[in-house]
Design a protein around this ligand. Structure first.
Ligand code: PLP
Length: 390
């Protein structure tokens, strides 16, 4: 590659170890530069190529959008979610999973999680179904896929769509089927801490052509270009018309080029993440005060987070102790219904006790592909030392 591009700054230049971090290679940079020198910066050929590559991985056609939040908003809009509808989801997630449904006018119904994975509990979801339920949204917490078959059956029995927020789990699979092919609508995020990045970016995959077409339209203002579908097709060659409102959620060509290049590295990221998980699990196996992430039969997770559970009530102290050593642990997540915006709507603490306990115990340790063996050792030793173990 040309000498015009300096080496990307290594995360090692900053001493602290973040909980997550992108890996950007020389080839990733070259792919972006090539687009910058070409004819299209935004909607151009890289968009379709990225969508094709995502479809190959995820096992269903894809539409790329400008963030994971945009993907959720677009998915709900494509499913026609609006006032009077209920969206059943888990509170152990980033606020966007629920906020995007609320912004469309739907009522969010929070149900509790499985005690081991932190994923939405299908029995709890079943108990919350009403005639107004329009969607069940599962979140593949930390990268471990949800019980997709049970959730899909439940949703369809009630005439609802099954949405999978797979912001954590691109490249994972469930019962041998790839994440992206399991739900009516699956959403991905390409934020830098996630499993692959386009800086900002996201995607929707769908096993339903109509839903996907509506998503594609919503991403681009709702514009209808195909004369066969227009009300006034004889208006002229320039004519485009809007039949339902949409937004500009397009992902630029420049970022799609980065996504294509990153996607080619996903298998390497996945195996490196799995190796780090294994090393952590081994390092903590003899600590009674903690538990390590579970893996259910049939799940092939793409681990985004290393979610340690601290059982002796000292999660906050461990957070402070590790941060003081430059190990920038994180907590994922504040239960969504605890956010003041939901509290003000009348959601009370205590409605999802397992999710709330999960939050109280959870700590995300550094996990990203460029961590070295020494980094993993440094984190593991610091955690062990906190619990008085050499
Ligand atoms: C990151 C994330 C989102 C939002 O994605 P952005 O690309 O940051 O908008 C949604 N849901 C979950 C579970 C996430 O982790």
């Amino acid at each position: 590659m040309s000498g015009a591009c300096p080496d990307p700054p290594s995360w090692r230049h900053s001493q602290p170890l973040p909980y997550g971090r992108q890996s950007v290679s020389e080839r990733d940079i070259a792919a972006v530069v090539e687009i910058l020198q070409g004819d299209w910066l935004t909607t151009g050929p890289a968009v379709g190529r990225f969508e094709e590559a995502l479809s190959d991985l995820a096992g269903a056609p894809a539409v790329v959008v400008s963030s994971g939040t945009a993907a959720l908003h677009t998915a709900y809009a494509a499913a026609g979610i609006g006032p009077g509808d209920e969206v059943v989801t888990s509170p152990l997630t980033f606020v966007a999973t629920a906020a995007t449904a609320a912004m469309l006018g739907a009522t969010v119904v929070f149900v509790d999680v499985e005690p081991d994975t932190g994923n939405i509990d299908a029995d709890a979801a079943a108990a919350a179904m009403t005639r107004s339920t329009a969607a069940i949204t599962g979140v593949d917490y930390a990268g471990h896929p949800v019980e997709a078959d049970a959730l899909s059956r439940l949703a369809h029995k009630h005439g609802a769509v099954f949405v999978e927020d797979a912001a954590h789990s691109i490249g994972g699979s469930w019962q041998g089927r790839p994440v992206g092919s399991l739900a009516d609508l699956t959403t991905f995020s390409f934020y830098p801490t996630k499993n692959l990045t386009t800086a900002e970016g996201g995607a929707i995959t769908s096993t339903d052509d109509d839903l996907l077409e509506r998503a594609r339209r919503f991403r681009n203002h709702g514009l209808v270009r195909n004369p066969a579908e227009q009300r006034e097709p004889t208006e002229g060659g320039w004519h485009q018309e809007v039949h339902s409102f949409g937004l500009n959620y397009r992902l630029p060509d420049v970022l799609c080029a980065l996504g294509i290049s990153q996607l080619a590295r996903l298998a390497v990221f996945k195996s490196r993440r799995a190796a780090i998980i294994k090393a952590y699990n081994q390092a903590f196996a003899d600590l009674d005060a903690v538990s390590t992430p579970p893996c259910r039969e049939g799940a092939d997770p793409m681990w985004h987070l290393y979610a340690l559970r601290v059982h002796d009530g000292r999660r906050a102290q461990l957070y402070d102790a590790l941060r003081a050593q430059g190990i920038l642990v994180q907590v994922n997540y504040l239960p969504v219904h605890w956010h003041p915006v939901f509290a003000d709507l009348g959601y009370r603490r205590g409605i999802c006790p397992r999710a709330e306990q999960f939050y109280a115990q959870q700590l995300s340790l550094p996990l990203f592909p460029e961590m070295t063996g020494n980094d993993v050792e440094r984190v593991a030793s610091a955690v062990r030392a906190f619990f008085g173990q050499p």
